[in-house]
Design a protein around this ligand. Sequence first.
Ligand code: FAD
Length: 288
Amino acid sequence: MKLSPLFEKGKPQFSLEIFPPKDHSGGVETIYETLDGLREVRPAFISCTYGAGGNLADSSTIEICSIIKEKYGILPISHLTCVNSSAEDIDIILARLKAAGISNILALRGDVRPDVPPKQDFAHASDLISYIKEKEPGFDISAACYPEGHPDSDSIVDDVLNLKLKVECGAEHLISQLFFDNEDFYRFRERCAIAGITVPIEAGIMPVTSKQSIMRMVSMCGASIPSKLAKILNRFENNPRALEEACIVYATEQIIDLISNDVDGIHLYTMNKPELAKRIFSVIDTMR
Ligand code: FAD
C-alpha cells in the first residue's frame, strides 16, 4: 500500500519514527518490544531510520520495515540516504525493498561524514528522488523538510526552493525536522504555499527526555529552543521524571495547536520509547 492516498482523506494523519536498535547484542529482536507498545497508538505508518550518522555498515532498516509490515500489519516507510552510496549500492537496496514488498521510501541525502569522502553519484536528495523515479517508478517517495531551514543552506528561501525541486523530482509527501515553536512551522508552511509546494507536510514532533540529549540534537540539526522550553529544561534538568512529564505536556500542547491549525499530519519521533507515544496519544486520541 502506498502512503500518499492517506492524506487525501482531509484529516490529520499520525505517524511514528523508530530507529534500528543500537544494542547489537539483542539484534533486531529488541524491536519487537518497541513495536508491541507502538501498535497500541494505531499509527497511519511507521518510518524506520537508515544509517543515521552516515554509518551504513549494519543497517537493519529493511528487516525492521518487513517486521512492521508482516508482523504488525502497519504501513512501513524505509528511510534511505544517498550521499555515502554509489548508484550500485542504491540499486541493491531498491531490489531488497521491492522483494520485501516495501513501496514507501523517505529519500534523504544523509549527513556528510568528516572522516568519509562522499561517493560521487548523489549530491542531494533530489538526485536520489529522480534516480528512483526513473529506475523504479512504483515507489512512493517522501522527503525531509526543515521549518527553520537546513543548517547547510544560505537562507530559508534557498532551502524552500531546493525543497520545491525535491517535489518536482517526485516527492509526494514531506516530513519535517523537529521544531519546538509552532510559529516556525506555520511560517514555513506559508513559504511552501507561496513557492507552490502543495504536497502534504507532516510536522515532526520530538518529546524531550533529557536536556543533554536535546542540546546535542539541536546543535546538529539547527533547531532552536524557545524560551518557554529553555526554562523547563533549566528548571528540571536534574529531575528526570519531572523533565519528562513537563516535556510530554509541552509536546502534547504543540500537537493540539497543530491539529487546531489544520496540520496535514504529525510525525512523532518516538526514540523507540512506546510509553512516551502512548502518553501523548492518550490525550490526542479523540482529536483524530
Ligand atoms: P537535501 O534535500 O539534499 O538538502 C541538504 C542541503 O542541500 C540543504 O541545505 C538544501 O537546501 C541543499 N540542497 C538540496 N538540494 C539542492 C540542490 N539541488 N542544489 C543545491 N543545494 C541543494 N539522516 C540519516 O542519516 N538517516 C535517516 O534515517 C534520517 N532520517 C531523517 C528524517 C527526517 C524527517 C529528517 C528531517 C532528517 C533525517 N535525516 C536522516 C537527516 C538528514 O539526512 C540530514 O538533515 C541531511 O543533512 C540532509 O538531508 P536531506 O535529504 O534533507 O538533504
